[in-house]
Design a binder for this molecule. Structure first.
Ligand code: HEM
Length: 469
């Protein structure tokens, strides 16, 4: 690879440009192979700020987390929705919501997000626990199935006359097939080039047509509100409604949560001291709450009780730190000079893409001692959640960012953490779990870098048995 730095076409104050030698593609292939490694190498060469040509887009990476607050607070000049408004509709197959055809829709969508948070989290968490218990009891353990179905039931509800949907397995298989092609769709590969993907996407969307969804009961307030919201727009076809909010929300709600749950479980099982400590925490708190008789296997925890499981939460956050590769993308709305740190600023042109790649921060040995190591208690200090992490002697405002940042930060983050904790709580309480011997250490599949929680590079086999009550 020959790297060409074309500094003469840069304006004053603009960061170094790395274009590679393949027109348009630029550095896309190297970046796609292992984004973290790629960015670390260029950081060594060019410092904290540089621009890379990736598949026709000039992306400026800000590598120093002390500079993050300056990007994150500039929601107006550096907009997220311009990017998502192009990418999400193409990927999930619906018309862009930021359009004069749908006046007021983006604001209404945004307002619906509060139904995933605050007091609204209480009924959601209660329903999730009930659904986890239902699926766990009948199917025992398959982390992907359990989380997929329990999340689905919690958000979308159950069929009119049964407790579970009969077609869940097919839906899950189709979802996995679609998800495999997700990185290619995001990379703007036309769907007609991707074999059966278009047909599978249509099948998934059809699952959510309004006439089906309206027959389900126990639907969350979040989904109910969004159904009402989309009903206001006559120009939306039924397929668009199904694609826009149901299928896209299904992806948002399980696409990351399932791999995140996998990693949380994998790390605990492969670190016996962590597993023991977290199990110990669960048992002592249950005792404290007078809930240590769980012979009926139906223990339900309130949201407040879940919040007290400090080591469990730290273990979840530690596995998110390890496996998250979400990229934060913002598009400059005007030419301006972006102040970064101390006296430093960088010239930004309208249309430039400013990118944060928090994985570099999560793996920075100055912030996290031995960042490759899994330490279940990394986020606990003196019996409380640890929130002080430092770089260059300065306390970081942002230190763990699996859920994005700023105004567009994942609205489902509290629900996600809660449901992973609930899953692990039930798992540790009711099952003994081991890795099947002889398997090599599992690594991250880095090919999805930038798109959320990374998947394991290969399947992992667990052995389990029900614990005596
Ligand atoms: C957006 C991560 C679970 C709903 C996002 C973003 C990230 C993310 C990185 C983009 C934020 C940005 O760029 O600033 C995750 C992770 C999850 C998770 C790592 C699990 C471990 C969930 C769940 C739900 C959800 C359970 C819903 C129930 C959404 C929605 C958006 C979003 C609706 C779009 C927000 C917008 O357009 O402003 N998520 N998420 N997510 N997430 Fe999550």
């Amino acid at each position: 690879w020959v790297c060409i730095i074309v500094s003469n076409v840069r304006r004053d104050g603009e960061p170094p440009l790395i274009k590679g030698w393949i027109p348009y593609i630029g550095k896309a292939l190297e970046f796609g192979k292992d984004a973290h490694k790629f960015l670390e190498e260029y950081k060594k060469k060019h410092g904290d700020i540089f621009t890379v040509l990736i598949a026709g887009k000039y992306m400026t990476f800000i590598m120093n987390p002390l500079m993050y607050p300056n990007i994150i607070k500039r929601g107006k000049q550096l907009d997220f929705h311009e990017f998502s408004n192009q990418v999400a509709p193409r990927t999930f197959g619906y018309p862009p919501v930021f359009s004069s055809k749908f006046p007021g829709m983006p604001d209404q969508i945004k307002r619906s997000f509060h139904l995933l948070q605050g007091d609204n989290l209480t009924p959601l968490s209660k329903s999730m626990m009930g659904n986890l218990l239902l699926v766990f009891k009948q199917d025992h353990l398959d982390k992907s199935k359990v989380m997929f179905e329990a999340t689905f039931l919690t958000l979308y509800g159950k069929p009119a006359s049964k407790r579970r949907h009969s077609s869940m397995e097919t839906l899950r298989e189709d979802f996995i097939e679609f998800d495999k092609k997700f990185p290619l769709l995001i990379a703007r590969i036309p769907i007609w080039l991707l074999g059966r993907t278009k047909a599978i996407r249509e099948k998934l969307i059809n699952y959510f047509l309004p006439q089906r969804v309206s027959c389900w009961s126990n639907t969350s307030q979040f989904i109910t509100r969004r159904v009402e919201l989309f009903e206001q727009y006559n120009s939306l076809r039924d397929m668009d409604k199904a694609g826009t909010h149901h299928f896209a929300i299904l992806w948002a709600s399980v696409g990351n949560t399932i791999p995140a749950t996998f990693w949380a479980m994998y790390h605990l099982v492969s670190h016996p001291e962590a597993l023991e400590a977290v199990r110990q925490e669960i048992h002592s708190l249950l005792k404290l709450w007078g809930m240590d008789d769980f012979s009926d296997r139906d223990i339900n925890l309130s949201r407040e009780q879940l919040d007290q499981l400090l080591y469990l939460e730290s273990a979840v956050n530690e596995s998110l730190r390890h496996s998250s590769s979400s990229m934060n993308i913002r598009v400059a709305q005007e030419d301006f000079s972006l102040p970064l740190e101390a006296e430093q600023s960088v010239a930004v042109r309208k249309g430039d893409i400013i990118t944060l790649y928090p994985r570099s921060m999560h793996m920075d040995p100055e912030i996290y001692d031995q960042p490759e190591m899994y330490r279940y208690d990394r986020f606990v200090q003196d019996g409380r959640q640890k929130t002080d992490f430092y770089k260059d002697g300065q306390r970081l405002k942002y230190y763990c960012m699996p859920f994005g940042s700023g105004a567009t930060m994942c609205p489902g983050r509290y629900f996600a953490i809660n449901e992973i904790k609930q899953f692990l709580f039930l798992l540790l309480l009711h099952f003994d779990l081991q890795l099947v011997e002889g398997q090599p250490k599992v690594t991250l599949d880095t090919s999805r870098a930038g798109l959320g929680i990374l998947l394991p590079a290969k399947d992992v086999r667990f052995r389990y048995r029900l614990r005596a009550a």
